[in-house]
Write a protein that binds this ligand. Sequence first.
Ligand code: MG
Length: 291
Amino acid sequence: MSSTECIVLDFDGTFTRVDDEAVPFVAGFREGLRARVGEIADTRWDALASRVEADPDHHGWEYDGIIVAPSHADPYIMTTTIAQLLLDELGMTVGARTEILQALYRENYPKSRNVFRNDARRVVEAVLSSGVPVFVVTNSQTEHVEAKLRELDPRGLERLSVRGDARKFVIAEPERSLGTGGGHAWRELWSEVPEKAEISGLSRPMHLRRGHYFDALTKIWDETRTRPENTLVCGDIFELDLALPARLGARVHLVARPQTPEHERRAARTTPGGSVSQELVGLLERLALPG
Ligand SMILES: [Mg+2]
């Protein structure tokens, strides 16, 4: 197998313990929802949560009417999924719903605590000392993630580049990669990405054409003069973080949580060049790095 020349890491849930850090986010999100739609936000919440939990595959984080991540992937997504059902019951259009959910996410993300996985510092230091270019590509805002990383304070942090607002959840055509800055190689690669993939154990298809995420990745590959085949992408949600890069030929590593759906673990394990671990330190084993 060719060597790893570029490492791309997700942030929330990959470096952090989302179940712990999301508690104030969930409280703030529900408060904001109540302020917008009234008491019904509380009276319907438990029933809608049970509906999601009874059939998690059928529900998920919808963006423009398409499920883009599994409902049980993390508390951020579970909260969004339940709120989405409520707004739907209230007769809101997809556009109005998306706008409210995005605003609630943005308003409340800064409230989330900073709870790193126990092995986060050690793993970040080890990948940074490997000399391979390392990037964090996240849906969160760059400055929030950089502030959290400064608190973690790993050796070599100045070599870590954070790319926020990646919008991995948006199913759309890329902009940068197909323009003059991209070139024909990316156009051809993008043309080979199918709209959807069937995943064993998941009753709905997984959508792959995440153009904004594709742009973020090709920008990194252009800057570092690397290729998908020499890149390892690590994240905690296969559908959101890894399905597209795997399709592009990158190697992928899923850092799971106890609640990670089995279909996500299986998808990562059975993808060519894919692997799974419960702890972040599994990434070092994958890269054969000391630490
Ligand atoms: Mg994540």
